[in-house]
Write a protein that binds this ligand. Sequence first.
Ligand code: AKG
Length: 416
Amino acid sequence: MIKVVVLLRRHAHWTREQFHRWWLDEHVPYVTILPGLRKYRVCLVTGSTSHPGREPWDGIAELYFDDRAALDAAWSSPVGQTALAHSRESHSDRLALITEEHELIGLKSTSSSARTEATMTPESVLRRAPLVLDQRAREQYFEDGYLTVPGYVGAAWLARLRAVVAAKIEESRGLSASDDQFDLAPDHTADKPNIRRLRKAIDRHPDLWAFAVDGSVVDLIADLLGPDLRFHSSKLNFKWSAGGDAVRWHQDIQAWPHTNFAVLTFGVYLEDTESAQGPLTAIPGSHRGPIFDQFDTDGRWTGALTARDTATLPADKAVELGGPAGTVVLLHCRVVHGSAVNNSPRMRPLLLNVYSAADALAISPAPAPTSKTGVLVRGVEPTHVHMEPYPARLPPRWDQVGYRSIFAAQATAYAE
Ligand SMILES: O=C(O)CCC(=O)C(=O)O
């Protein structure tokens, strides 16, 4: 393995803060998709012991490749050339050193209290300074089990994500049945596509992964889960116009139990979403209540609460979580949620990515594992797992029986 250390200096007319934001928010997505990149770290200069205020470099990137050939192939690829051009526009000097790393001391934990401090409970998350949310919003998330951030994703990202959606709709015209990528509605045709879900979304287009690890997205998640974050899974639910499926009341954690509850879904609406389109709808505070069974009486997975448990829910308290395009909805893994049929003439594309605190480990195989499932997207690997004992009924062994979609599972339940 070789490590390339790239030192960058900002333009004289930029503040260091501007430069750091450019790097994390705009430049990182160009780099994370470099072919053959094994590990990537950015170190932002915040001061020095010898040149206070006059540091010759403003940031250092560390990029790991298997060998020199992999490095050269990465930079000469179209993705590498685009990344270099993007970087050249924004720095005044660059030095790339090829190095051989000798790690002599890893991260040392000094005492058991340091380890305890690292466990990301809601209280310890709230004690840390927020990156993008205000403190009241973070408290609201832990109180309600969800949070809506209207218009959080800006026009540039929305345009990129919508372009992916348009291309995927075109691609689906060639299919007459669902496959590993597309969950198609029964009336899907080449002339009138009707996609229920793009499965394993981040594996279907580089922009979807670039978005999942974009600094602004990960900052928002870090405000609710802490500094060390792991990626779990990804899908894009279309909820097609004029009849797109309802999703019945359910909680997510039963489908992918983890060792604790520091797991959330980040959803972003790619189009304006109002009541008639079937926005996500949640029951406030239900993440502090029971973890309901999502099997039928014959022990078959339904992905939905039973009729008896549904009758106990304060459905009159349910809150619709819609908003203009770019609105983000963050759902706690235990909050009871669902959505109504789309009765409007407009579809409701919703990209849903799941993240966890790094010390929350999946107990069972993911229903729809992606190439990035389990990958750290920020921070460091924990030394200890955080175990929160609870009666975690195991879902079916998805790796053995396969997972179709929540629509398929819930449709079976409906039929009974
Ligand atoms: O797309 C929706 O409205 C709900 C999605 C959801 O809750 C799920 O897929 O688990």
